[in-house]
Design a protein around this ligand. Structure first.
Ligand SMILES: Nc1nc(=O)n([C@H]2C[C@H](O)[C@@H](COP(=O)(O)O)O2)cc1CO
Ligand SMILES: [Zn+2]
Length: 154
């Protein structure tokens, strides 16, 4: 009998596959936005904006002068998925391999996305994470952790 995956595994699998496109050497993140009809309407991963070459920006730096780190330059997976989307996102849900930061949560709320399904939450309880959850709770956006599973890339 062949394996049949659930909708949740299918869409999280696509989010996780997308993450493999990221050039970030420390944290690769992927996101997949789905509408009420279970149709994919946007995907994304953390990467640099158009025209910003991966070889010209400091992907490897996490500390020191902010200008010389990756942080001011990277577009997060969730924001890329929203910006790449092909329809109005009201009532959609987003599958993301890592729980969204406070900045992406603002974009998620404003776009009308109603549910976040995430896998990893390695930044749980940081100020960004607490602010993110504060906004999500106020806005009534649901977030749900999914049991981690492996996708195999050979
Ligand atoms: N939900 C997220 N989506 C993302 O796309 N990111 C990106 C921003 C950085 O490129 C990387 C985090 O880098 P690091 O601090 O773990 O080395 O992941 C980060 C988070 C965390 O909230
Ligand atoms: Zn973010």
């Amino acid at each position: 009998m062949s394996t049949v995956i659930s909708w949740d595994q299918y869409f999280m699998g696509i989010a996780k596959l997308s993450a493999y496109r990221s050039k970030d050497p420390n944290t690769q993140v992927g996101a997949c936005i789905v509408n009420a009809e279970n149709k994919i309407v946007g995907v994304g991963y953390n990467g640099l904006p158009w025209g910003c070459e991966d070889t010209q920006f400091p992907w490897g730096n996490r500390e020191g002068d902010m200008y010389d780190t990756k942080y001011p330059y990277v577009v997060h997976a969730e924001l890329n998925a929203i910006l790449n989307s092909i329809q109005n996102l009201k009532g959609c849900r987003i599958y993301v391999s890592l729980f969204p930061c406070h900045e992406c949560v603002k974009a998620i709320i404003q776009s009308g996305i109603q549910k976040i399904i995430y896998e990893d939450d390695k930044y749980n309880d940081t100020p960004s994470d607490r602010a993110a959850k504060r906004m999500l709770d106020a806005a009534g956006v649901v977030y749900q952790k999914m049991t981690p599973f492996d996708i195999e890339i050979k």
